[in-house]
Design a protein around this ligand. Structure first.
Ligand SMILES: C[S@@+](CC[C@H](N)C(=O)[O-])C[C@H]1O[C@@H](n2cnc3c(N)ncnc32)[C@H](O)[C@@H]1O
Length: 248
């Protein structure tokens, strides 16, 4: 499918499913290579921002291969994590990671759609998501769903690629995305899947515009942190007592 032809939400979801089915086996390696190993620090920062406590219940939206889930359990080993993704190949890789780490008793892997989370209101103490928002058909809908399923006072934290503004980083980043990434894509078996990475980022709003979406949903203390010169942004907000997305 030509990515310019997303006429419906279903079109985009179908395309994104195909991308992640194709790259699931190489995802972890590519993640580390493409981020120059920085993704570990970005995730560590993001999990800290959730302020999770012992024995809490946390949701990892679009968990993929469960790297974020594992980092949350590293920081707070008594957590119960619900790890949700709509792609079975990514979930399979995630299951292997969680089983190998001996964490399967604390993690429930679920196949589901971030646009319509299969949970009752106020189920979780906190929710997080990493590198997924570029891939969903409607960011506001997913942030609204995350707000709905998290208890009032709980944190929602989202890590995603951003648009760097710091001089030097911006130029380097543009060069990397315009020239280096396409070469990596051509060398891989599936050029079109790797072409989606820069394309999805090009379509993704600036981090300041994403913040406006958080504010429009009534998240309290909504803010974002730019890391590594703004290569990624971590948005966070607190679920309000009187949420506008349900009758909290
Ligand atoms: C770039 S990967 C990120 C995986 C993981 N969160 C991480 O931090 O490495 C994006 C993930 O989002 C998932 N995804 C995309 N759209 C989704 C949706 N609507 N519902 C559930 N999962 C979705 C994909 O299947 C993929 O596993």
């Amino acid at each position: 499918m030509n990515t310019k032809e997303f006429k419906t939400y279903a079109d985009k979801e179908q395309f994104v499913q195909g991308v992640f089915s194709n790259i699931a086996k190489n995802y972890d390696l590519m993640n580390t290579v493409l981020s120059f190993g920085q993704d570990y620090f970005w995730r560590k920062f993001s999990v800290k921002a959730m302020n999770i406590g012992p024995h809490q219940r946390v949701l990892d939206v679009a968990c993929g291969t469960c790297v974020f889930t594992k980092e949350a359990l590293r920081q707070e080993p008594t957590l119960k994590v619900e790890a949700l993704d709509f792609n079975s190949e990514m979930l399979d890789q995630g299951r292997v990671r969680i089983e190998d780490a001996g964490l399967i008793d604390q993690v429930n892997l679920v196949q589901g759609d971030a646009m319509a989370l299969p949970y009752a209101d106020n189920t979780f103490d906190a929710a997080m998501s990493g590198f997924a928002m570029r891939n969903v058909p409607d960011i506001k809908q997913v942030l609204s769903e995350m707000q709905r399923v998290v208890k009032p006072g709980g944190k929602v934290v989202v890590l995603e690629l951003a648009k760097p503004s710091m001089f030097g980083f911006k130029q380097l980043y543009n060069f990397y995305f315009s020239y280096i990434l396409p070469i990596i894509g051509k060398l891989s078996k599936d050029n079109s899947s790797y072409a989606w990475l820069p394309e999805s980022l090009r379509r993704y709003p600036h981090q300041s515009e994403i913040l406006e979406i958080w504010k429009s949903l009534g998240y309290e203390n909504a803010t974002y942190h730019e890391l590594t010169g703004g290569i990624v942004a971590v948005h966070e907000g607190v679920v309000p007592e009187n949420s506008i997305v349900n009758n909290k």
